[in-house]
Structures are given as C-alpha cells and as structure tokens.
Design a protein around this ligand. Structure first.
Ligand code: FES
Length: 204
C-alpha cells in the first residue's frame, strides 16, 4: 500500500464505521483521490483491500461517477453546467468561452496544469443559471466574459483556497437565493471538500 500511515489509519477507522466494509467504498474513493490527486490504479487496489472487494469491482464504481477522476486534474476544476436551465440562459456560450480561455476542450487539462474544464449536468442552482463551479465551489449568474475573467484570475493568482463567496463576488451575477448560512472554509483542490475528506479548515 502506498498511502501514508495516517491516511491508512483514517481509512480503516472509516471502514470500521460500516457493518459491511464495502459500504465505505465511496468515501474511501474520495480519500484515494485526495491522497494521489486522482483515483489511481494503486489507490483502487488499496480501497479493494480495505473493503474486501476486487479491484475490478472498485473500478466499476469509480468509473461510473463523474466526481471520481481517473486521470490527473488541473489545480482548478472549472465545471460548467450545460443542463436545460443553464443552457436556456447561455451555458453553451459560457462553455465555449471557458474552453477558449483555458485552451483545451471540455474534459481536458490545459498544458500548464492549472485549469481543467468540464461540462456537468444540473448542479442544483437552476435559479441562478448559468451556474459554474470551481473545485466544487459554486458561482451563479456567470457570463461568457466572467468565466474567461475567472480563468485568467485563477492562472494569475493561483489562490490556495477557493470559496464560493469570493467567486460570486468577483464573477457572479443573479443568484437563485441568498443562502443564510455561509460556508467560509472553501476548497483546497479539485475534489469535494467535505467531511471526511477535509476542507480547507481541516475538518476530520
Ligand atoms: S440546469 Fe444548471 S444548475 Fe440546474
């Protein structure tokens, strides 16, 4: 196993919470992604050992869900929603602008390794369409110009932590609603930032 002693201890403790260890496959795959930057073959083997599944069974889950990345990602994963509400509000233009600014088509990472762009299905912010995420931090009411400016800003500033509040303030437009509770910790990489995978604030 290539994982650190600390990560393995955390993974075993997590698997022990479930009556069936295989039920821990999803959070363990997120840990694998955090450990290596994406879900590597070695990471899938570790998850298989921890859960009692075969590596093929683990890969069948990892390859099914779009948030598990099986290839390296850029520092910033820019996800443009192209589902119906966003599409009707200009998402195709936002997507084209993001691809042009990044210099790669959706699904690929720019040669500098800073930005990956992808299109995603509805991310639950239809009222604020078109919606975009950067490392799963949401920004609503995004225009073609704003997404291009956002990618330039990411490249020039390389922020360590991405927060939805800052993205919205800098690059957002109309929102679906103003959330009463803010989530100030933000994301520190192109992986979902919630317990038990650790946020910027280090929740365990
Ligand atoms: S259709 Fe884009 S957020 Fe729902």
């Amino acid at each position: 196993m290539s994982w650190s002693v600390e990560t393995l201890a955390r993974a075993r403790s997590l698997a022990d919470r479930y009556p069936q260890k295989r039920s821990a496959i999803m959070p363990l795959l997120y840990m694998a992604m955090r450990e290596d930057g994406y879900v590597t073959e070695d990471g899938m083997r570790v998850v298989a050992e921890l859960t009692g599944l075969t590596p093929v069974q683990v890969e069948s889950v990892a390859s099914f869900y779009g948030m598990f990345k099986l290839i390296p990602q850029g520092e910033y994963l820019v996800s443009v929603c192209t589902s119906i509400a966003c599409m009707l509000n200009g998402a195709d233009d936002v997507m084209s602008s993001a691809e042009e600014q990044a210099g790669v088509p959706a699904g690929e990472t720019a040669a500098d390794g800073v930005v990956t762009v992808e299109h995603v299905e509805c991310i639950g912010a239809c009222g604020g369409a078109p919606a975009v995420q950067v490392n799963y931090e949401l920004v609503e009411g995004v225009t073609s110009e704003a997404v291009a400016a956002m990618i330039r800003w990411l490249r020039e500033n390389r922020p360590e932590t991405i927060t939805a509040a800052e993205l919205q303030e800098r690059f957002g437009g109309a929102r679906s609603f103003d959330p009463a509770i803010s989530e100030p910790q933000g994301a520190i990489g192109p992986f979902p930032a919630f317990d038990p995978y650790r946020t910027a604030g280090g929740a365990s």
